[in-house]
Design a protein around this ligand. Structure first.
Ligand SMILES: C[S@@+](CC[C@H](N)C(=O)[O-])C[C@H]1O[C@@H](n2cnc3c(N)ncnc32)[C@H](O)[C@@H]1O
Length: 255
């Protein structure tokens, strides 16, 4: 029997099965020299996920998937480590490391319990990784433990409003009605698959971040440009032009 928390074991099974549908995205993103973010590919210049000089810094990507974000960090001179819960996603990451001649440690594990000592990193990042699929009550304190005082945590996840408007049907996209309560559990299970996600209100994120030892520095609600495209069906451009479907949180570990 696995000693993983139940949601981590479930998400491992789901992501091992989904991995092959993320290969093409991984290949395209590894080939890109300039980072772009989220499902609409918003340029780094507009989001500033990697703000600051990362050269020589110790960085970790929490839920790295095919590890293209880690590759962007490595190319900027960071000493980066990627951790992911899915062996199949990491197989793609390792293949792309060889293809691009960029090498860094890739760990198969749960970002809620990372096998590194306290204060090992200056920078932690997650794009739709642990920040969506891991329990914030576990992964945020773990990120704080891993960071040095003054270290930065940046993550991109679904906007809370999108989750509230999301029908629980396979292939559906967000509508213009609130379909689920804002109060209650942060854990969301969709009936169409066995995955488990975590969605917090803005107040919830602020309290969880501050309670884990972070100061919140920014919250950026992303708006795609009028000609943006995405392969993901869960939100239409017309919706995302009017309401935020993705948000970026920037926080700093208290010194
Ligand atoms: C959407 S991918 C994120 C990678 C990439 N930025 C992207 O957007 O494709 C989500 C990844 O989070 C990983 N993941 C889910 N739960 C995790 C956990 N508890 N610890 C580490 N990784 C986790 C999954 O295995 C999956 O590879």
């Amino acid at each position: 029997m696995s000693d993983l928390p139940e949601h981590v074991a479930r998400n491992r099974e789901v992501w091992d099965a989904w991995a092959e549908t993320y290969v093409a995205d991984g290949e395209a993103s590894w080939a890109r020299s300039e980072p772009s973010w989220g499902i609409w590919g918003i340029p780094e210049a507009e989001v500033g996920m990697l703000d600051g000089d990362l050269a020589g810094k110790d960085a970790i990507e929490l839920g790295c998937g095919t590890a293209y974000v880690s590759a962007w960090l490595a190319r900027r001179g960071a000493r980066v480590v990627g951790i992911d819960n899915s062996a199949a996603q990491l197989d793609t990451a390792r293949r792309l490391q060889v293809r691009h001649g960029v090498d860094f440690p890739l760990l198969h594990g749960n970002a809620e319990a990372v096998p590194y000592p306290d204060a090992s990193f200056d920078f932690a990042i997650s794009e739709y990784g642990a920040c969506l699929w891991a329990d914030p009550a576990r992964w945020l304190p773990e990120a704080a433990r891993l960071l040095r005082p003054g270290g930065r945590l940046v993550f991109l996840t679904n906007a809370f409003l999108l989750t509230l408007c999301m029908p629980d049907e396979d292939g559906a996209s967000a509508g213009e009605r609130l379909l689920r309560p804002a109060f209650g559990s942060t854990r969301v299970e969709w009936t169409s698959d066995r995955s488990v996600e975590f969605h917090l209100s803005h107040g919830g994120w602020i309290r969880a971040l501050r309670g884990s030892g972070f100061e919140v520095e920014d919250l950026i609600e992303l708006q795609p440009p009028a000609d943006a495209r995405t392969r993901y069906p869960f939100v239409k451009l017309e919706w995302a032009r009017q309401w935020p479907c993705e948000e970026v949180w920037k926080a700093r570990k208290r010194a």
